[in-house]
Design a protein around this ligand. Structure first.
Ligand code: ADP
Ligand code: MG
Length: 397
């Protein structure tokens, strides 16, 4: 049903090769990170809004739950900058929650290190890390009202000071009028704002959020995610948000860490990840892609679509990720392909077309309607991304 031609998601082991090419930074923490890896490849660039070295640097994090089995988290290396919102994105079971739990101190890694502003915190208990955690089910106290729930995280502060901070947080999340309500008297979105306010109240440097929108319905999710982003930015806390929802990661994050099978496959801004995926896994997991093979020479390649332009220069046999919206359908009585399926979606239309033995997915505008069974020619109307190419532009098959 997904119409992907010959996507070999998960086959690429290139991510493992590239985990060595990560940003490096000065041990003293005084020099901003210098990206050592060209943008678009696994390490991507540092966060564009970074004003110094990373707030947190995680290197080679590993955790296997059973001896001899494949590690749930297998050498994760990433960095998070002050004020940045980072999304950990990947399919269910790829190790996102385990990574987050190790960052929070709820799970001990078998190997690797976690440093915060240059200090190794790998062995510190959760409460000594200055990190807040928003739980998936919010974990609000049902018998306490909104005010007391938020105050809970400030129990070590003098009463007056804590109460002033609670009022400040209530204002930040827009719940001042509901301070005396109990959690069951609030909507899902409001409960989540209380949970976030409680986490943000002690001013953590970093907030961890595990699938924070999974308890909300689709419409609330869209509304709430921008609110959560705005609240973190307003509070000045960095955030690491775990999600399996690519749309959520694209819409929310400053940078996305794409994970698969315990490994980091690519790190980059939403547009880098979408426009320049490094492997068929990333190209097919984030958005949809038609994976086609071709023969490249510099910035051009011969493909089943004829000659296409490439987004970066490579040579030899290549796999290319062609996005459905990059293909134009031109009805023609003797066209090279046949329309075999169509789905009208209001704002656009999905077409499945068959060219030889290959099925391709095409997205086009809502106006023109091509009937099933019609012949069409295919034209690629944009630069296409070579995938599974290494940094030197050489292709591994
Ligand atoms: P994600 O959050 O990406 O869905 P998880 O980090 O929860 O993935 O899990 C990664 C893998 O580790 C899965 O195969 C899961 O079954 C396994 N796992 C997670 N927690 C435990 C645990 N406490 N004991 C044994 N296996 C676990
Ligand atoms: Mg999880």
């Amino acid at each position: 049903m997904d119409g992907l031609a010959n996507s070999d998601a998960g086959k690429s082991e290139l991510g493992a090769d590239r985990t060595g090419a990560q940003p490096v930074w000065d041990e003293t923490g005084t020099r901003p990170a210098a990206p050592t890896c060209p943008a678009g490849l696994i390490g991507g660039a540092a966060y564009a809004g970074a004003s110094g070295p990373p707030l947190m640097l995680i290197e080679g994090l590993k955790r296997a739950f059973r001896p001899g089995e494949r590690a749930a988290v297998d050498g994760v290396t990433l960095d998070v900058y002050e004020g940045e919102l980072l999304a950990l994105l990947g399919p269910s079971g790829c190790g996102k929650t385990t990574t987050l739990r190790m960052i929070g101190g709820f799970e001990q890694p078998d190997a690797g290190s976690i440093r915060m502003r240059g200090t190794d915190i790998t062995a510190l208990p959760p409460e000594k890390r200055g990190i807040g955690f928003v739980f998936q089910d919010y974990a609000l106290f049902p018998h306490l009202d909104v005010f007391e729930n938020i105050r809970f995280g400030l129990h070590k502060q003098p009463r007056k000071q804590a109460e002033a901070r609670v009022r400040e947080m209530l204002e930040l999340v827009g719940l001042s009028d509901l301070a005396r309500r109990k959690p069951h008297e609030l909507s899902g979105g409001q409960q989540q704002r209380v949970a976030l306010a409680r986490t943000l109240a002690p001013a953590p440097q970093l907030v961890l959020l595990d699938e924070p929108f999974s308890n909300l319905d689709a419409a609330m999710r869209v509304e709430t995610r921008q609110e959560v982003r705005a609240l973190l930015k307003a509070a000045g806390s960095a955030g690491i948000l775990v999600t399996h929802d690519q749309e959520e990661a694209l819409a929310l994050a400053d940078r996305i860490v794409v994970m698969e099978a315990g490994k980091v496959r690519q790190i980059g801004t939403p547009s880098e990840i979408y426009r320049n995926p490094v492997s068929s896994f990333v190209a097919s997991f984030i958005g949809r892609s038609n994976i086609v093979s071709g023969t490249a020479e510099g910035l051009g390649a011969e493909t089943p679509f004829g000659r296409v332009e490439l987004s970066r220069a490579v040579n030899g046999a290549v796999d290319l990720a062609v996005r459905p919206e990059q293909i134009l359908l031109e009805p023609h009585a003797e066209g090279e392909a046949e329309v075999i399926g169509r789905e009208y979606r209001g704002h656009d239309q999905l077409y499945w077309v068959k060219k030889g033995e290959r099925r391709l997915l095409v997205i086009s505008g809502p106006a023109e309607q091509i009937e099933i069974g019609a012949r069409v020619n295919l034209r690629v109307c944009d630069c296409v991304v070579p995938i599974n190419a290494d940094q030197a532009g050489l292709i591994r098959r």
